[in-house]
Design a protein around this ligand. Structure first.
Ligand code: ZN
Length: 460
């Protein structure tokens, strides 16, 4: 990643070539051509969230392997945010932030026994108030009805919330397309894909994990991996295999996202559609002696892909935004795109892409799934990232420009520039604490639900 361009927007625009698949959805609103009863047609919105998707495993973000040609194509024709932070490192708080614009410290859905509070306005709800037909198609308990995520949806399909080994992306795309085809316009379609989450199941047609002869089996399960890890039996080759199978899951998911986007383009060829693609969080591959996610706020877990494509202003197509942004700004951006009234927090991401100011600080929070306390908080300002460890009250400071892997802790360094960055970020985090509300309602998990969450890698 070109960190030297960190202060400015890199407008690497691609020549306009008529790619049938994507450009279909990328036209008239901004050209002023498409009108319905005298006013510009409001775009339908497709929100694709892919669970556990690390940007450095995508070629659109400089990943070394062709895991995701469709996501790369989307980025070529859309706006790609190079450094988007999710507001949390596991699904429930991260997705609540994405769909409500509130930080976890504000919405409070930070453990498995908290659900989104009914008083919180969601993106689906705000779009319904604007006359949108809203459809949610999900595949994870943490974004299901049980946790309050059906709020604001005219149609909500959670038939693909299945066990850890289930491969659901193909069925999700099928269900989403079927419902979309029948839906009145404009519509809001949210599809939450889950396959890159544990367990990892091989998709041998991609061959990334071929040739492995170690002791891990297919599928790679959280129990098996944890047992091997605790016994000190995980070798670098095993870790490589786990990441290779993860890449096969990404490739398969990309092919199903492609089916979804082709289907939408075919169905609404003459109407504007905006597609937003992002993730809830990343994943560890032993970078810090662990697999899985949650609790921490290092970039392996909170740096996520974020792409906005389709009916965006033509001048923005192919733009890469280097400044830090937050995924909770998606709701506000969508409201701006549809001319809607509800005032979500955050920034309009397309204004930032057009040269507007990015937020001076972006935040992420990590909590433990089974308890309410502990975890970490992070604030990023410019090239610096401050991590607060809530258990011991300690801090860590990283220079993103020279140390993007966050290895060299500079907290307490004597260099005056470091001290200045440090105190600015400390003030920002202290101010952040004042946002604390914890609005979420309580929820009692059944033994079966808790067992299923553990099987997904959320170990106690
Ligand atoms: Zn997740």
């Amino acid at each position: 990643l070109d960190r030297t361009a960190g202060k400015s927007i890199t407008a690497a625009r691609v020549p306009f070539v008529a790619f049938a698949s994507l450009v279909l959805v990328a036209i008239p609103l901004w050209a002023g051509g498409c009108t319905v009863q005298g006013r510009a047609a409001r775009p339908s919105i497709v929100l694709v969230t892919i669970d556990t998707l690390r940007p450095d495993h995508l070629e659109a973000y400089g990943g070394p392997r062709a895991t995701s040609p469709r996501i790369a194509e989307l980025a070529r024709w859309g706006v790609r945010f190079d450094y988007a932070l999710s507001q949390a490192s596991w699904t429930l708080p991260a997705m609540t932030s994405l769909l409500t614009s509130l930080y976890p410290i504000e919405h409070g859905a930070i453990s498995a026994s908290r659900k989104v509070d009914p008083s919180v306005v969601t993106l689906a709800e705000a779009l319904r108030w604007e006359g949108y037909h809203t459809i949610g198609v999900v595949s994870h308990l943490f974004v299901s009805r049980r946790y309050g995520f059906d709020k604001g949806f005219d149609e909500f399909d959670e038939s693909q919330v299945l066990g850890p080994h289930a491969v659901t992306s193909a069925e999700l795309s099928r269900i989403a397309l079927e419902r979309m085809a029948r839906a009145p316009r404009p519509f809001f379609l949210w599809v939450h894909y889950f396959d890159p989450h544990f367990s990892y199941v091989r998709h041998p047609e991609y061959g990334f994990a071929d040739g492995y002869t170690g002791e891990l089996a297919n599928p790679v399960t959280s129990t098996e991996l944890t047992t091997a890890l605790l016994a000190g039996r995980v070798t670098p080759r095993d870790t490589r295999f786990v990441a290779d199978v993860y890449d096969e899951e990404i490739a398969f998911t990309d092919s199903q996202v492609s089916r979804l986007l082709d289907g939408v383009a075919e169905e609404v060829a003459r109407e504007p559609v905006v597609t937003i693609l992002t993730a809830d969080h990343g994943e560890y591959f032993m970078e810090r002696g662990r697999f899985f996610h949650a609790h921490d706020v290092y970039d392996e877990l909170v740096h996520v892909p974020l792409i906005i494509a389709g009916a965006v202003p033509p001048a923005l197509r192919g733009t890469v935004v280097a400044e830090p942004v937050e995924t909770r700004s998606v709701a506000r951006t969508v409201m701006a795109l549809v001319g809607g009234e509800h005032a979500f927090a955050g920034r309009n991401l397309l204004e930032i892409a057009a040269g507007g100011h990015s937020p001076p600080f972006v935040f992420a929070e990590g909590s433990d799934i089974w308890t309410e306390g502990g975890g970490q908080r992070a604030v990023v300002g410019g090239d610096w990232k401050l991590v607060e460890r809530l258990e011991d009250g300690g801090y860590e400071l990283y220079d993103r420009a020279t140390d993007p892997a966050e290895r060299e802790d500079r907290y307490g360094d004597d260099d005056p520039a470091v001290r200045a960055a440090q105190s600015g970020l400390r003030r920002a985090l202290d101010g952040f604490e004042e946002r604390k509300q914890r609005r979420a309602s309580r929820l009692q998990l059944s033994d079966e639900e808790a067992r299923r969450l553990r099987a997904l890698g959320y170990l106690r």
